[in-house]
Design a protein around this ligand. Structure first.
Ligand SMILES: [Zn+2]
Length: 591
């Protein structure tokens, strides 16, 4: 896709309200000219995440996450840079200009935009039909019977497809859409005689949206028991892919980040019922097993995923794969087993919100869940039954690897089977590893996703160089000579690109940062933000410079010694001694 003009990027940044963009992910409190909150990038109890509304930057003193408003959108909404620009441009009404565009890419982009428009239009049509058409009374009665109120139904744009064979087809054609666009959007399909007809008829429609809220397709529930299948979805196509879609994600994103967990259910109505009951961190996998792509989407928002699924499904192979993928992403995947034959919507309808909360709070990791299910089902009264149960749980325990909870679980099994833990351990060691782990199973991962773990602490050298560089930014006039005296040997590997950048851009370090250099962008952003709180004085700069110089001398001495150049070593050692004296003197002055 053609690049945005620099002016477009600047205008988008100017127009965007970073506080509004960040707020869905964490509650911000104003302190001075900055706002503070719990970091949406790592788990913490006291706020170390700062947002600067003037410069539209954020910075976390805990995990060092940092960037501008565009970067925040990329990271938290899982978007690529162009998507982040588009999304904010749309939201803040900025017109996008591009450098002259490759005609084919331009054409593809136009087509996608047309399909989105068509789907959005159709969703609106279905929604109106549900509320206005007399023939939709049965659908309304069904939804009401499930305890779903008008407010939540409208919030999710639930609608109804009429029974006619061509209402969407002809209506869309009149509005200027072509049959091939209707087919590509999954709204129309070919009959046996070659004619085209509406795919969804006499069904309750649930628009399926992407993270940005754009309609990708529909899930549609039959109104009469006779029509099959009960649920009909949009076909996979240019826009809709089941494996990387989560129903409700556009609404649940912020709540998931705030609640620090995602609740995953199976059906559309489960999502609606839970949203209505205030459990807003809920999304649905639409009857499939959770996929690596879906886990990746959630991993960008939280590190706890609770699957509120039918107990039988939770043991299935797909779940075991999901467990491995989750492990690879640092996600804590738990199971809240729903009672047999009861889904969350049923439970809430029967007034069981507290029960649902209890189940979710009590969710356990998948291996524990499977072991306990086996213990619960097994015939532990007979030797043969105990043996079968042990044979069933041993591979599960073996697959856990040497993790903290395993010994506890082994003791639990031994206790229930009335045997010795060492015997269970032995069986675990001998057990076949179920579905050996494939490191590549995690898929390609989301674009722009960064590890959510806190970064390792800075080395003393990094701390010093960052302090010095931040001071130079804070007071460029005094800082300039230090920037010129610093060499690459003074700095850590990560600090060098920043030095190179600042040599050219000390006056306005944020302008024109190369987009494809994430490390540089992050570091410069951090430096700019911390430059506002470092007391910059020539004395403090000199001291930091000297400390870096001392480090450089030490490196050179080591290098000289290992090269056998004792003369150079001695000279450098004298230099170091002088410098050490100077530093000690400066420190007594409290520079
Ligand atoms: Zn953080």
């Amino acid at each position: 896709m053609a690049r945005f003009t620099d002016e477009t990027k600047e205008r988008v940044k100017q127009a965007a309200d970073i506080v509004e963009v960040v707020s869905p992910y964490t509650d911000l409190v104003r302190r001075g000219k900055d706002l503070w909150g719990l970091c949406p990038f790592h788990d913490e109890r006291t706020p170390s995440f700062k947002v600067n509304p003037q410069d539209k930057l954020y910075f976390c003193f805990g995990c060092q996450a940092s960037g501008d408003v565009l970067r925040f959108v990329e990271e938290k909404e899982g978007l690529s840079f162009p998507e982040a620009v588009e999304m904010l441009a749309e939201r803040y009404g900025v017109e996008i200009e591009r450098e002259s565009e490759d005609p084919r890419a331009e054409e593809a982009r136009r087509r996608r935009a047309r399909l989105w428009e068509l789907l959005e239009r159709t969703a609106k049509f279905y929604e109106r039909y549900l509320w206005e058409a007399p023939k939709a009374h049965k659908a309304r009665a069904y939804l009401e019977g499930r305890g779903l109120g008008e407010e939540v139904l409208r919030r999710f744009g639930v609608g109804m497809a009429p029974s006619a064979w061509d209402q969407v087809l002809t209506g869309s054609q009149r509005a200027g859409f072509k049959v091939d666009e209707l087919q590509a959007a999954g709204l129309v399909q070919k009959g046996r005689q070659g004619g085209d007809y509406d795919r969804f008829r006499s069904r309750i429609t649930f628009p399926i949206r992407d993270q940005r809220g754009r309609v990708l397709g529909f899930g549609a529930r039959a109104l009469s028991a006779a029509s099959k299948p009960k649920y009909l979805n949009s076909p996979e196509g240019e826009l809709y892919r089941k494996s990387n879609t989560l129903y409700g994600i556009d609404r649940a994103r912020g709540p998931i980040a705030k609640a620090r967990r995602a609740v995953v259910v199976e059906g559309y109505t489960d999502v609606l019922a839970l949203q209505q009951a205030g459990v807003e961190e809920t999304v649905a996998i639409m009857g499939t097993a959770i996929t690596p792509e879906q886990l990746t989407m959630l991993a960008g928002l939280t590190d706890v995923v609770v699957l509120a699924l039918d107990a039988d499904r939770a043991g299935a192979d797909a779940m075991i794969r999901a467990q491995r993928v989750a492990g690879g992403k640092g996600l804590d995947l738990r199971v809240a087993a729903m009672p047999e034959g009861e889904d969350p919507a049923d439970m809430l309808e029967a007034g069981g919100l507290d029960r649902f909360h209890e189940l979710v709070e009590g969710a356990i990791d998948l291996p524990s869940f499977r072991v306990r299910t086996a213990l619960g089902r097994g015939d532990l009264g007979s030797v043969a039954g105990r043996e079968r149960t042990l044979a069933e749980v041993a591979p599960v325990l073996a697959a856990m690897g040497e993790v903290v909870g395993r010994d506890e679980l082994i003791r639990e099994v031994a206790d229930r089977l009335d045997t010795d833990p060492s015997l269970v351990s032995e069986r675990v060691r001998a057990a076949p590893r179920e579905g050996s782990a494939e490191p590549g199973a995690a898929g390609n991962g989301a674009k722009g996703s960064t590890p959510q773990v806190a970064k390792p602490p800075l080395t003393p050298r990094e701390t010093r160089e960052r302090a010095l560089l931040a001071m130079c930014i804070a007071d460029p006039k005094t800082g300039r000579p230090f920037i010129e005296r610093l060499t690459e040997e003074h700095l850590s590997e990560s600090g060098r690109p920043a030095l190179r950048w600042l040599r050219e851009h000390l006056g306005n370090p944020m302008a024109g940062l190369p987009r494809d250099d994430e490390a540089l962008t992050a570091l410069i952003t951090q430096l700019v933000m911390s430059s506002e709180r470092v007391p910059a004085s020539a004395g403090a700069m000199q001291l930091n410079f000297d400390l870096l110089e001392q480090q450089r001398l030490e490196d050179s001495i080591t290098a000289a010694q290992s090269a056998g150049d004792y003369e150079a070593g001695a000279r450098l050692s004298r230099e170091r001694a002088q410098l050490t004296d100077r530093i000690a003197y400066a420190e007594t002055l409290g520079a």
